[in-house]
Design a protein around this ligand. Sequence first.
Ligand code: DUC
Ligand code: ZN
Ligand code: ZN
Length: 473
Amino acid sequence: MATTLISGGTVVTATGRSAADVLVDGEKIAAVLAPGSTLLGQDLARSVDTVLDAAGKYVIPGGIDAHTHMQMPFGGTEASDTFETGTRAAAWGGTTTIVDFAIQRYGERVMDGLAAWHEKAAGECAIDYGFHQIIGDVNDDSLKAMNSLLDEGVSSYKLFMAYPGVFYSDDAQIYKAMRVGAETGLMTMMHAENGPAIDAMVAELLAQGKTDPYYHGVARAWQMEEEATHRAIMLANLTGAPLYVVHVSAKQAVEQLAAARDNGQNVFGETCPQYLYLSLEDQLGAEGFEGAKWVCSTPLRSKHEHHQDHMWQSLRTNDIQMVATDHCPFCMKGQKDLGVGDFSKIPNGIGSVEHRMDLMYQGVVDGKISLERWVEITSTTPARMFGMYGTKGVIAPGADADVVIYDPNGHTSIGLEKTHHMNMDYSAWEGYEIEGHVDTVMSRGKVVVNNNEYLGSKGHGQYVRRSTSQYLV
Ligand code: DUC
Ligand code: ZN
Ligand code: ZN
């Protein structure tokens, strides 16, 4: 087994930072040692196969993006990143594990959906991957199938309160699924927006000739998110199901989550970089059809209402526990342009899987979160939340050697089409400058990115079997 010493860096975990060397043996971290340590009198740097110099740099556990949609069929098309292109882009950005969503569509069987997603991903991924299970048709058969998900290494399932006629579950279906969630220990993930009311508002706006991308944000008002978040929390309270609300963007929804947590409920929230940096006015409201680049759901919120500041604050105070991307890219040409003249036909999604670690590091530079909190919300909490901690999300002996060497003195200009690796014909992040740089990325002991060179390969990534959440009290 090949051995590597990551020497001279500052190891950062969710709980602290220290000068330390990291010894990697094969796919695992073997030891975290005082700098310059010897082993049985031997100079380690001389006895390992490879030394990676991390002097002046941070050594952190690889990023875990727990919310991606590679090649997801949606909005009359399919997300433009495949498991191959999307995981390669993730690796470039310092993410070493994704948790994607297997889908059971209406009329299909849950296990068939899961098998289909295994088929799409197997042998394609550059980094490790797991699955959550979308239950798009809650019925007796799917409720029964939920009992087998844990045996498949799937410890979380997702419901939608939005998208009537596609993935939507009504309150009775949510109630029934949450009953099973509570019994089995599966984490219930929720897309919390009031879909039927949104659809009524969309029809009104279109009838008034309000067809631009901007109106996507108007129709999906924060009240729609707050109301659904509250309803999900109450149903979870009633059934005892642990609840994780995805892509939280409205400050009022955060307030619902915070109140439930203060009340002792096992309720958690995820936000995404787009809700921290981008806005209804500046992006969705861009000239002409440009705003389509940022059509996603939940939508970007008004900067005048200060949702973005509130979201950063919530990350500091742990009212929001972690950051994922909801990576769901579509090209402008041939995909987003399906909605020219009708915003409701624009496929929903933004591509960010490559930029999450950098964008969140900029929050450290800007004094919005601490260095340790950066690691916590991008790696350690996702691992704990979704039952991977110990193997993933930490630099410690026995953990997978998923390690990033991050240079705080480096620089990353992100966004321009030719400077990113996602399969998109534009970037939602064009022009963003980051005061840091992903130098080296190791996935289970293999260096997959080093000094702006890609060394990974498709098929290296393995399926991660997950256990129940380690975040519950
Ligand atoms: N929201 C998106 O923006 N894309 C995929 C699905 C979703 O809920
Ligand atoms: Zn969603
Ligand atoms: Zn999503």
